[in-house]
Ligand binder design. Sequence first.
Ligand code: ZN
Length: 372
Amino acid sequence: MDSFDAGAGLVLAGRPLPLTSPARVYVCGITPYDVTHLGHAATFVWADVLTRVIRMAGTATEVTRNVTDVDDVLTRTAVERDVAYDEFGLRQEFWFDRTMADLQVRAPDHTPHARHHVRHVIALAGALLVTGDAYERDGTVYFRGARVPAAAGLDRDTALARSAEYGDEPDDPRRDDPFDVPLWKPSDGGQPAWPSPWGRGRPGWHAECAAMALASLGGVVDVLAGGADLEFPHHAYQSAMAAAATGAGLFARRGFRAGVVSVDGAKMAKSTGNLVLVQDLLGSAPGAAVRLLLLDRPWSQPWEYRPEDVATAGGRLEELYVAAGRKPGSSAAVDAVRDALLTDLDVPTALATALEEGGDAARLAIGTLALQ
Ligand code: ZN
């Protein structure tokens, strides 16, 4: 590898993404209140492959994957189970980390926790009050979000529905605009609370990620990653808050959102009750087979989980190992695998070449996709 062509050739979400080293990748992580299902795993395995492909091309990566441990859903669940919210979050996080290790997901360079970054949220809210992008009302600091839906390419009605679905309370009458969201909000009895210039309270969700990204990676990230359902409102607001605070005009150079996983036509979600738990799959299949099941498809497309596909992925993995045992093969085949991965992480094409050509091409695919 010639270090002068570091990062050359990566196409992501249909467009070239030239990179300087290190490439900074922020992955919106878990809210640790429940076990890891296949939909979560798809997001984190894809984000892991993205960074492995970037490193394959010779560019270093700096990866942050946060833990949203200050969150009203988590607090409610912890109260139900009579556990302190932070202890409850840590227990869930322990299991999550084990699942990620089973799936060969490399540990991120930074794992900020929301409860450790409250002062950064307060600083962010303070900065946005100075720039005029926020206002305070009765202990709540609101971010002015009227322009966020259009910037995200959404019409008003769709944006309103999604804001309501994700807990942004667009009906709250105290807001100047339905799309204003809290950077900071007062806490009542059972909720975690910290002192602030606006009284005791806690950060808003989008502000937590904006503050953790600014604190760990700086003002601009190369890629903002997460599940497809985070595109709006979460990623849109996180980006708008960070960009307004830094004045950089742009926070994330590219979004990377893994396709939603469905079961029998319904999105896999706790509320739907159709969760396929990763640890259950790992009881009967190796981690590499589950990983291949998630990866052998276009990353941005929604897809349907079928139980029989786990065994199919296991069989394909065996074929790949057999192919890797063949003699070295041509350098053109190695280049073809490399080019496929750099071209929007085209894993199916890379695997087809690896299986057909075998040898070094198959070993590059196995190594880069961490299917050992
Ligand atoms: Zn986030």
